[in-house]
Design a protein around this ligand. Structure first.
Ligand SMILES: C[S@@+](CC[C@H](N)C(=O)[O-])C[C@H]1O[C@@H](n2cnc3c(N)ncnc32)[C@H](O)[C@@H]1O
Length: 389
């Protein structure tokens, strides 16, 4: 991030496991950051197009305004400005991962070697992989948000880390103009801040992060509560190998394990805090029920479950706002995005065993980490869904 608050590729947080970028690759990433910033700026004008052109035309035809986000979307799809923006936004997303793929591909052997070296000798945390692990059906068909091979595909024959390197390469940093910090860990610190305010006396001894990917938002829990035992699970072996090496390199003791959050191997009542950041929307309707039920089993009495997402559509201020928040469902290889944001999560929690009075659904400010457990309040807000047991 430079002094104007603009993210630059040179400002992205590196560690020894990070893929390196040569001159041309760095220039392409700099261009991609600028492209996303420009597209985000243009998106702010969709409302004007809708108010001045699209909605009046809809009203002329139907003698009423659009009743929901689906009708808004169908109407907006006829507008050429929106069409061009939407195509460019898809291309930018694909370009981002294509840049990452080229860099990761050419240095994959080196990255695997570096990750291996971080798993040997005196290590702080651990890595447990399951050679017979079955990737859930709802994950298999998609290159999630256009990431080639998603989180679980193995490109190398042994000890592959490509998916981890691809994900770490700048996705969120580029998409959000660095808003989540140079290590992409703003969501984790936002949860820590939220918990400290809401439960000032809470100090977990055992924490579980589910759908941890490379652990960007797992490490903040170790920063916040250094004595806590921190566990992190994911379905993807390559992201876990990379995440483990990254955590070791950055000096954090985290126990990474390849497990399905719907049904884990942990003992009942093992955790005081169970979290997830940007995870539920990449699962399935049935999986969300299974995950929350499993969270209930794994929590100690008095323990806390927290899932961080974007707000449900029921909280959108208008059908247009819900339409804006639904772009990924139709364009970003994230088919469960929309259905998940339509779910009644309080009902899921109650059906999973939590008392309704103990369920919370509210907003928490986004934060931009500056250094370690030190952050600036960001512009946006997260939707927090959780419950105490
Ligand atoms: C969008 S990413 C989460 C990002 C991560 N929490 C972060 O903050 O950077 C979703 C992750 O959930 C994992 N995942 C999907 N289904 C899962 C399941 N049933 N159990 C555990 N992990 C799962 C995916 O492999 C992926 O790494």
């Amino acid at each position: 991030m430079n002094s104007l608050g603009i993210a630059t590729w040179s400002g992205f947080g590196r560690h020894t496991i990070s893929p390196l970028t040569d001159h041309d690759e760095s220039s392409r990433m700099e261009f991609t950051i600028n492209l996303f910033r420009a597209l985000n700026g243009i998106q702010a004008h969709h409302r004007t197009i809708y108010d001045r052109k699209v909605e009046p035309e809809f009203k002329r035809q139907h003698r009423r305004p659009p009743k929901d986000r689906h009708e808004v979307r169908k109407a907006m799809l006829k507008d050429s400005t929106f069409q061009v923006w939407s195509h460019l936004r898809v291309l930018a997303q694909q370009q981002l991962f294509e840049n990452a793929r080229i860099s990761v591909d050419r240095q994959l052997d080196t990255l695997i070697g570096k990750a291996r070296s971080k798993s040997r000798g005196k290590i702080k945390g651990s890595l447990e992989l399951d050679a017979k692990f079955e990737v859930p059906r709802y994950q298999r068909p998609f290159d999630m948000h256009w990431m080639p091979g998603s989180y679980f595909t193995e490109f190398a024959e042994k000890d592959d880390v490509a998916a981890g390197a691809l994900y770490d390469f700048g996705g969120l940093y580029v998409l959000t103009n660095g808003m989540l910090g140079k290590y992409n860990d703003g969501a984790g610190y936002a949860v820590v801040r939220y918990l400290r305010e809401k439960f000032p006396k809470f100090s977990p001894k055992a924490v579980l992060d589910q759908g941890c990917t490379v652990g960007h938002n797992t490490l903040p829990f170790k920063d916040a509560w250094p004595k806590a035992e921190v566990h992190a699970i994911d379905i993807g072996a390559p992201v876990l190998r990379y995440g483990h090496a990254r955590a070791e390199d950055l000096g954090y003791a985290v126990h990474f394990s390849q497990q399905n959050a719907e049904k884990t191997h942990y003992k009942s009542g093992m955790f005081d805090l169970i979290v997830s950041t940007m995870f539920l929307h990449e699962t399935s309707y049935k999986a969300v029920y299974n995950i929350v039920k499993e969270n209930y089993r794994l929590l100690k009495p008095g323990g806390i479950m927290v899932h961080v997402e974007q707000p449900p559509f029921a909280m959108a201020s208008s059908p247009f706002d819900a339409f804006t928040g639904d772009w990924d469902t139709h364009n970003n290889e994230e088919p469960f995005w929309g259905p998940m944001h339509d779910m009644d999560l309080a009902d899921v929690a109650v059906k999973s065993g939590f008392k309704r009075a103990n369920v919370f659904q509210e907003f928490a400010p986004m934060v931009t980490p500056v250094a370690g457990d030190n952050y600036a309040l960001g512009k946006g807000r997260w939707f927090v869904f959780g419950a105490t047991k």
